[in-house]
Design a binder for this molecule. Sequence first.
Ligand SMILES: [Zn+2]
Length: 260
Amino acid sequence: MLTALVNGLRTAPRPELKGVCPGCGQQAIPKCGEQVAWHWSHKGRKHCDPWWENETDWHRAWKTCFDINLQEVVQKDAATGEMHIADVKTQIGTVLEFQNSPMDLEEMRSRENFYRNMVWIVNASTFRQNLQIGNVRLPAPSASFLSDVLLMAPIGFFRPSTFTPGLNLQLLHRMEEIQAEIDAHHIGHFTLEWKRAREVWLSAKCPVFLDTGYSLLELAKYPCGSRQLGARRVQFHDFIRLHGGRVSHMMSTTRGWIQA
Ligand SMILES: [Zn+2]
């Protein structure tokens, strides 16, 4: 953890401090070594939030881009008493969850249901070689003309409204027929090829950004029963600024943008 309560105040770790976990009040012990970033260690073998994953410098670099009051924010469901700690909760109430390890579908859905207004940032450094952005332009997934377009880029597209029930053979239209609409609604998305795709992230309802280490790839999923996958590249600085943070020293050094 990066924050613990010291005399009731959210505080970053320092060697001489004694703190408590903001979630459960258990003792938090400052770990201020040279190998990993300074952090608090939760007393007891298990963290009080069952969704808490083993925190790495990747998590810490991201969290430090946001004000300490926006990091590790306790969220409680008033009706059920269920408690979780959001990695970051921005000033306008969007939860940012930084996910390093693989996650199963059930947990992903529970978290989306619990936080509702949230964004996933997934560490893709171990599978970025499986991701390939193509050069076929795609429209914004929200474009209204897609309500009757089943994209199969770059091959073409189908018009579900013309499907004849019971007929397996349907007319495949050429992309050129909707190229003008695609261009009018293009906001940076291109086809994405994802070998051995992690299905859990394709099923997410909330926005998913894959952190390749070089930039973020915002996944785009297309409506109308489509399996078309797209993505647009988003620069770290832009993403962080958009959510009210600024690139931290730790983010810069762990990414090699500046020398430590
Ligand atoms: Zn706790």
